[in-house]
Design a binder for this molecule. Sequence first.
Ligand code: MN
Length: 501
Amino acid sequence: MINLKEYEVWFVTGSQHLYGPETLKQVAGHSQEIAAFFDKSEKIPVKIIFRPVMKTPEEITGLCIDANAARSCIGLITWCHTFSPSKMWINGLKILNKPVLHLHTQYNRDLPWNEIDMDFMNLNQSAHGDREHGFIMTRMRINRKVVVGHWQDKEVQERIGIWTRAAVAWDDIQNAKIARFGDNMREVAVTEGDKVEAQIRFGLSVNGYGVGDLVKIVNEVSEDEIDKLVKQYLEIFEVAAEGRPGGTYHLNVRYQARIEAGMRKFLEEGGFKGFTTTFEDLHGLEQLPGLASQRLMDSGYGFGAEGDWKHSALVRALKVMGAGLKGGCSFMEDYTYHLNPAGMKVLGAHMLEICPTIGDGKAKLEVHPLGIGGKDDPARLVFNVPAGPAINASLVDMGNRFRMIVNSVDCVAPDADLPKLPVARALWVPQPDLKIGAAAWIYAGGAHHTAFSQALTSEYIEDFCEMAGIEYIHIGRQTNLKDFKKELKWNEMYYLLAKGL
Ligand code: MN
């Protein structure tokens, strides 16, 4: 569903005619070499395309028009090997609507101490050329990522790779469609939001569909299609005896397969990238979509429970950013606490809908009653999440803007088995610790729902927020509440003023 190699980032070098054809030829050669190196780098998952060196305002404006129009182009990496006067860039940058990464590098890594002369100095000028380039983007209030270091440096490639993944997610969310089956859970505030503003800001469209339209497709799924899915379940998962053919709950498993096939058809036919459900509106469905939602998330769809379209879109965005990386991404909820002073932690889960991409191995397929919604006992996958670093990201609507809150967390193994807990679950310790992390989250208004990932770090989300031009709040090892509360207050002021800047 997500092929990162379909996307291009254009590698653009700024210069001017002042240097003469010989130097410009060298600049072009070096740029080509760097672009080809990034294109082959394992750390950078998209295509990196060399573009001819920019020497005039007309060329720069033309480049930006082309970049805007090229569907496969998801952003520009800019660099000034030599000095490129920035007034030449104004008209182009004014219309550019693709993300920018300003790479501050130098072709030559080390100073050639014994050979250095003025020719070397005139060619390797990014130390001042990129400062001119930085000024104009700051002067024009253009969000971008600045990466500093030698181009062969592993960390430089990693940071470019992170930005390209965020840029693919940014491209993916433009024109993305989220289908809502049922409305918001009654009276819940944080899952609400301005869908018109979301479309203006992210390109994302969110629309509701009668659950009856879904039920019709679900009911039309053939027994053959269900047989095929059940066969897959038996191969992939550890299916409990009651759920196997002939078992007391086998029909419940078959019914989730029916929902999965029907919902997949609905989403494919409508070109959707994510969906929401709500247990308050399941009219005509015999079970809450549990296993079905888990399987669709596994295929790359965004999901939000209780009508939560913002987190459905966010789960999808994180899945795009993390495509092909180790560790998965899931819809998540801070569910319950372990408040023992010897090691406080959060148990994250949901009623059913946690994506198996974050599981630690073979998932168990089980059927249990659900104490909410008044429907049949739904089939679901049950598993643990491996220990290791992760993030929880939450998108909330502050009324005048969207705010993204990210908490870096450390997943830990359960202290003991959880034999009676019939849902997939993750255990984590929020950074810097549970008391500060949870307090900061609550001050920031972060939701109980999140997009959870072990494939990504906060840097991916930060890059994504820069592209979207939305507020980004990070809770990590350095967070202290005194400064954090100030940051929230300052941001209130900034976002009031920023519209006029
Ligand atoms: Mn929930």
